[in-house]
Write a protein that binds this ligand. Structure first.
Ligand SMILES: Cc1cc2nc3c(=O)[nH]c(=O)nc-3n(C[C@H](O)[C@H](O)[C@H](O)COP(=O)(O)OP(=O)(O)OC[C@H]3O[C@@H](n4cnc5c(N)ncnc54)[C@H](O)[C@@H]3O)c2cc1C
Length: 579
């Protein structure tokens, strides 16, 4: 690209501020300092989670924990698990223990619950929680304040242009899969995606303010011809046009119905936008460097974590395909997702996110699936082509793992899935059971719920479910209840279903509130009868259709703070299969 040089010397309209290139960048910086400070405060607040995640990853995978790995060590001698299975090795922890929690801790839990309630509520049509809306409104207000303070936009709208520039770094920081911020906050990149989208939209609105007011300025000052003759103006119009195309091609219907088009246009258009922007203003360069650094970091981390492995493709029926990668031994957790690319046919050009159904099994444990297991439900072209490959072996490229649940330990957990969201809750269930086998002393009750169409669909994962239920059943101190709610009792029940302990299948469609209510009831027997006790915490994780996930989030938000505090805190994790 040739050197764009200094800003062209266009005759300024009468009354225009002439120190705009000194004052306006300062407001762009003030905006930057503000969002960086808020992000730093959030990182500080979440630091215990980050620490716990690190500690667990280190305990589990040691130095290998930064990515997927294959365990090449000789198979260890089978350890004696009997004592653990019969309950001798793990002392059952009673809720009574929690009665003695000190008043300050109770107060803290109650305050935490008030905030969780207020911020956790998801608003129906906006598809954002109150907390997310709050953050968004703060973001927009800060932008507006920086835009309007000490500026005369009608005379000179450069401030809006500088605010567009100041949005470039956060837009990139919030978009990348290996974002520093998501890592430090210990959340999946997909949870920050809404801010990326809104920051992008704000960028476009501000660019329109900047461009629109300049055009107006030229027209009312009799300089309209400059819009067509001057490079600065023409490049500005090109920059706004490309930004408009980026916004247009990333609206939700396009993301849903033409993901590959959205992705390809997004990547190519932002490169075009950078080129136009650089030609339009020399002031863009310092703002583009951080963005390129975030993007470069993302690519570098992905390069380091990409793995190419052999995979067995196993279509269960014409709607579901299992992908088994035996050599991915560790460096991931059940419930996380990987982006999978299959080197077969034209599929190699697309990578799709799929959730891990199991947790890594020790090589000595021959009863469990070795390696990683994924399940892809036929949804569109790619998943259909994968299913049609039939039972075969292929090379796959894995990018990840990403996301996953990061809750503090809980005494009771409710896992809710709808449709193919079951891949997520199976992965989390496997992690929980493995945790108890490895000495988690708090978890005692799991309610695993699946809303699904018919018995045929239950057959997709009945083998995995049976194996998990038998493992849980072998530990008398852990109570796993499996509840399957069918939309239609059609098809034949899979044979294995009958051998799953404490498994109930019916055609009800209970409300999530009704499933949650018994989990919140912590009472203890003492000499004088039953009395409320402080519980060891309740965790809820939901994955499936939009409405199901929203209901789960809102059911938790509706719990009164006093009750949530008595339960020892109620945490919810909402997993969505759409970005
Ligand atoms: C975090 C996450 C985890 C997922 N886990 C599973 C799983 O375990 N099992 C399962 O069956 N499905 C899962 N999905 C959904 C799965 O990725 C899509 O069904 C698949 O990509 C559809 O591709 P397609 O070409 O067959 O269908 P299309 O018709 O192209 O797309 C169907 C839907 O999938 C979305 N989609 C398509 N490609 C992508 C992509 N590359 N990235 C994100 N979304 C995309 C589209 O927006 C659309 O809403 C997950 C999605 C996400 C975001």
């Amino acid at each position: 690209m040739s050197d764009p040089g200094a800003a062209p010397n266009i005759p300024a309209p009468p009354g225009q501020q002439d120190n705009t290139y000194i004052i306006d960048p300062q407001y762009a910086l003030i905006f930057t300092y503000t969002w960086v400070s808020v992000a730093a405060a959030a990182v500080l607040y979440r630091s215990p989670k980050l620490y716990r995640r690190f500690r667990n990853a280190w305990k589990r995978d040691g130095i290998h924990g930064w990515g997927l790995y294959e365990d090449l060590s000789p198979s260890p001698v089978e350890e004696e698990k009997e004592s653990l299975m019969n309950g001798a090795a793990i002392k059952r922890t009673d809720s009574v223990r929690w009665v003695s929690v000190s008043p300050p801790v109770r107060l803290l839990r109650a305050v935490e619950a008030v905030f969780r309630n207020a911020f956790g509520w998801e608003v129906k049509y906006v598809r954002l929680s109150v907390g997310q809306l709050f953050l968004l409104v703060g973001f927009v207000l800060t932008l507006l304040l920086c835009l309007t303070q000490n500026s005369e936009l009608l005379l000179n709208s450069n401030r809006a242009g500088f605010m567009v520039l100041s949005l470039i770094p956060p837009v990139f920081l919030l978009s990348t899969k290996n974002s520093f911020l998501a890592f430090l906050l210990s959340i999946g990149y997909e949870k920050l995606n809404f801010l990326h989208r809104w920051a992008g939209r704000m960028m476009f609105v501000l660019a329109c303010v900047h461009g629109g007011l300049w055009i107006n300025n030229r027209v009312i000052n009799g300089q309209a011809s400059l819009l067509l003759t001057e490079d600065k103006e023409r490049r500005g119009i090109a920059t706004i046009s490309v930004l408009f195309l980026i916004v247009l091609t990333s609206i939700r219907p396009i993301r849903i119905f033409a993901w590959q088009f959205f992705f390809a246009s997004h990547v190519s258009l932002y490169v075009a936008w950078f080129v136009c922007l650089n030609y339009h203003t020399p002031y863009a360069v310092p703002w583009i460097f951080p963005a390129l650094a975030f993007y470069g970091w993302d690519i570098a981390v992905r390069m380091l974590r990409f793995r190419i492995k052999d995979a067995n493709l196993l279509p269960v029926d014409d709607q579901m395909t299992l992908v088994h990668i035996p050599d991915a031994s560790g460096g991931w957790r059940g419930g996380q997702h990987v982006r999978l690319r299959i080197f077969a046919g034209t599929q190699a050009f697309q990578a799709h996110p799929l959730t891990i159904i199991n947790s890594p099994a020790p090589r000595s444990d021959k009863a469990r699936t070795q390696g990683m297991l994924l399940g892809a439900r036929v949804n569109g072209d790619w998943t259909l082509a994968l299913n049609r490959l039939g039972k075969t072996r292929a090379w796959v490229m894995l990018d990840g793992p990403y996301g996953g649940v990061n809750m503090s330990p809980k005494e009771r957990v409710l896992l809710i899935a709808g449709g193919c969201g079951v891949t997520f809750t199976l992965g989390v269930l496997d992690e929980l059971i493995t945790g108890v086998e490895n000495g988690d002393r708090r978890l005692r009750e799991i309610e695993w719920v699946w809303y699904i169409r018919s018995y045929d669909c239950v057959g997709w994962f009945v083998a995995q479910l049976q194996s998990l239920a038998l493992r849980a059943h072998a530990m008398p101190f852990l109570d796993l209840r499996v509840r399957i709610f069918l939309t239609c009792p059609c098809g034949d029940p899979p044979e294995m279903l009958a051998s799953i302990p404490d498994c109930v299948v019916n055609t009800d469609k209970p409300k999530i509130e009704d499933l949650l209510a018994p989990m919140l009831d912590f009472e203890v027997e003492d000499g004088e009868g039953r009395r409320p006790a402080m519980g060891g915490g309740v965790g809820v994780a939901a994955c499936g259709p939009e409405t199901l996930v929203r209901h789960a989030q809102n059911a938790v938000a509706a719990i009164s703070p006093a009750r949530a505090a008595r339960c020892g805190g109620v945490e919810v994790h909402a997993e969505r299969f759409n970005l």
